[in-house]
Design a protein around this ligand. Structure first.
Ligand SMILES: C=C(O[C@@H]1C=C(C(=O)O)C=C[C@H]1N)C(=O)O
Length: 311
């Protein structure tokens, strides 16, 4: 039976075993953008032994993260679909088929978020929604923007065409298989996002998104509910280590392998109101965020009195 970490302890995971049913799916959200076909860097991150340009953002990394999830779940048939160089080709084909069937074209002009899911039997499904256009520099770069020699950003950094308002969830999270991997079991993230104030969102410009960070019971930031966060600490960018229990996303892997950031524990108490951070995900690339506090929350994310909940 699978085991997982809760509050730093290893426990038998009967819940995970029970949820290992036909309804559970492993998924990844991947950007489809014709601009990416101009990037040799993206080509390199997309296939094993193929130099064909790809419109899918870091396809191979998405395959790898899905493979890690199905392995932990013990899904043999799903592994059969995803594994090896041919697994990437199969994933590519499923995404291409979706474009043709749902968008009447193998290449679309408007960027899309493609959500590809696989179940325990290795069956896949794809859905898609439109995404805003972004410059290639928000998706792929050889130096983390800004380069490591730059000081921490201000929120109105001129290179930023997207910003996030970022909160810290008041509810500590127990790391599990469902936080280490991206699956349809999303109770932790749904609970965290329920704390995001909804009323002011309608007053925000369209290009400002909302994110909420989650921390474990030791007070270590694990991840964002839909992004990976990067913090400026001691002269370099750091992202929470996998040992904190969060998702190891595709863009996080890219930044770490590029040497643009390092893994380092980030305590929630160290995250200051007004602090500017980077955020990334596999559909929207990189953008700036600014830490805001929830009503009733101290600047370190602690709850001093009953929080006022919106929505
Ligand atoms: C919390 C989840 O994972 C986030 C998703 C991405 C991504 O889609 O690229 C990156 C970082 C993660 N914190 C989730 O949606 O499952």
């Amino acid at each position: 039976m699978a085991s997982y970490l809760t509050n730093g302890e290893t426990k038998r995971d009967e819940t995970a075993a029970e949820r290992n049913t036909a309804s559970l799916e492993v998924f990844s959200s991947i950007r489809c953008d014709h601009l990416l076909t101009r990037s040799p860097h993206n080509t390199q991150l997309s296939y094993h032994d193929c130099n064909a340009p790809s419109q899918f953002y870091m396809l191979r990394f998405h395959r790898d993260r899905m493979l890690a999830a199905v392995d932990e779940l013990g899904w043999i048939e799903a592994r059969g679909f995803l594994e090896g160089p041919s697994g990437v080709v199969r994933l590519n084909q499923v995404l291409q088929d979706h474009l043709v069937n749902s968008h009447n074209s193998a290449q679309v002009s408007q960027p899309l978020k493609l959500r590809i899911a696989v179940n325990s039997r290795g069956h896949t499904s794809v859905t898609s929604i439109s995404l805003p256009s972004l410059p290639l520099s928000s998706l792929l770069f050889s130096h983390f923007p800004p380069t490591l020699s730059r000081l921490p950003p201000s929120i109105d950094h001129p290179n930023s065409d997207r910003s996030w308002r970022v909160f810290i969830s008041p509810t500590p999270v127990s790391p599990s298989l469902f936080t280490r991997h991206k699956t349809t079991e999303r109770a932790v993230y749904d609970e965290a996002r329920s704390h995001i104030p909804t009323t002011p969102q309608s007053d925000l410009p369209d290009n400002v998104l909302s994110e909420i960070l989650v921390a474990n019971h030791r007070g270590e930031v694990m991840e964002g509910s839909i992004t990976t966060p990067y913090f400026w600490r001691r002269g370099r960018w750091v992202t929470p280590p996998a040992s904190a229990g969060g998702n190891t996303g595709t863009t996080r892997r890219f930044a770490l392998e590029a040497g643009s950031c390092v893994e380092e524990t980030v305590m929630r108490q160290s995250v200051a109101e007004g602090e500017a951070i980077w955020l990334s995900n596999g559909a929207r690339g990189w953008g700036w965020g600014e830490i805001e506090k929830l009503d009733g929350q101290g600047s370190d994310g602690s709850i001093s009195s009953s929080p006022i909940r919106h929505g």
